[in-house]
Design a protein around this ligand. Sequence first.
Ligand code: ZN
Length: 114
Amino acid sequence: MPEKMKRPTPRHIPATLEVAKSLYKTPALVCHRVRCGKLTCHCVEGQRHGPYWFLHWREGAVQRRRYVRQVDVEAVRAVVVGRRRDDREMRRAVALAVADLRRMRTWLRDLGAA
Ligand SMILES: [Zn+2]
């Protein structure tokens, strides 16, 4: 593609931020120590590495996790916290709507019985 046709380079968006935003369910941001997998490492039996931050989520029966770079932790946390708040508000709105429908159903039944 000719140079002038190229789009301006988009601002770098950390991959973990995209994961935190785009997963169907809000992932959990958790901090823990890990084993590196080398059989000769001290972490096999002793102190593990870290702690490091990860996003955890479930895909069907499979628990998945993704490492979050230290520089991205605050941005990822903001996304997760914001999504949790949105999820809570959505659940509350749905619960209110369901309660309204139940009341209407009761009224209609009572009208029919009258
Ligand atoms: Zn290790």
